[in-house]
Design a protein around this ligand. Structure first.
Ligand code: CA
Length: 225
């Protein structure tokens, strides 16, 4: 599940990002309304968390602009008490009054997720199965334990099964847009995943496409990027 956080206060933004990543969410951060708008309209998020007081475009206007673009992603507004009603008028789905505890934030996110019914169908590739709702991963019914980033990576590969993904696509979707593009973090985590889901099985699921990236696929036929 991918979440956009638009928040100009660095400590609040990093508090939210760190906490949500520990809960297996993928988080992008924008620190002003304009960047928030660009990210919200060019990516597919499951949830947008918007601070009301933002430079460039404030949270209320940003929410209206996003809705005007036809984007119906649930919006959770972070607000001072007096802004409550205004926030909901702008098309936000819920609000949270600052300061809030992380547990409160998680509870709101879960509630919004239930209301919008995010996809929780298990994802499969041959005998590999992951359940996004319970985070359980099995291959041939044997349970496999993945770390949060490994899980996010596998989930992204499975959602794009049989499709070749570039390192940049993987980096942007699993690690977020503001990650150094020269990092080898994708290759490193692909190796971790291979150790856990492919090493003990004769049939390999993760394939390297030279010069391009990676694919998880059911069959051995050649795929075009
Ligand atoms: Ca602010």
């Amino acid at each position: 599940m991918k979440i956009l956080v638009v928040e100009d206060e660095e400590n609040v933004a990093s508090f939210i990002k760190t906490g949500l990543e520990e809960e297996y969410y993928n988080v992008d951060i924008a620190t002003n309304g304009k960047d928030g708008f660009l990210l919200a309209t060019s990516n597919d998020y499951n949830l947008i968390i918007l601070d009301v007081m933002l430079p460039e475009i404030d949270g209320l206007d940003l929410c209206r602009l996003i809705r005007m673009k036809g984007i119906h992603t649930p919006v959770l507004m972070l607000t001072a008490r007096e802004d409550k009603v205004k926030g909901l008028d702008s098309g936000a789905d819920d609000y949270l009054t600052k300061p809030f505890s992380f547990e409160e934030l998680l509870a709101r996110i879960r509630a919004l997720a239930r209301r919008r019914q995010f996809p929780v169908e298990p994802l499969r590739c041959r005998d590999l199965k992951i359940d996004p709702a319970t985070r359980k991963v099995t291959r041939s019914d044997k349970e496999i334990y993945l770390r949060p980033k490994e899980f996010a990576l596998l989930e992204y590969l499975l959602k794009n099964k049989n499709k070749v993904l570039t390192r940049t696509q993987i980096l942007q979707n699993v690690w977020g847009y503001n990650f150094d593009p020269n990092t080898n973090v994708v290759d490193v985590h692909i190796n971790f995943l291979r150790d856990k889901i492919d090493r003990d099985f004769s049939k390999k699921l993760i394939h390297t496409v030279r010069g391009i990236g990676y694919v998880i696929k059911e069959n051995d036929y050649n795929l075009q990027a």
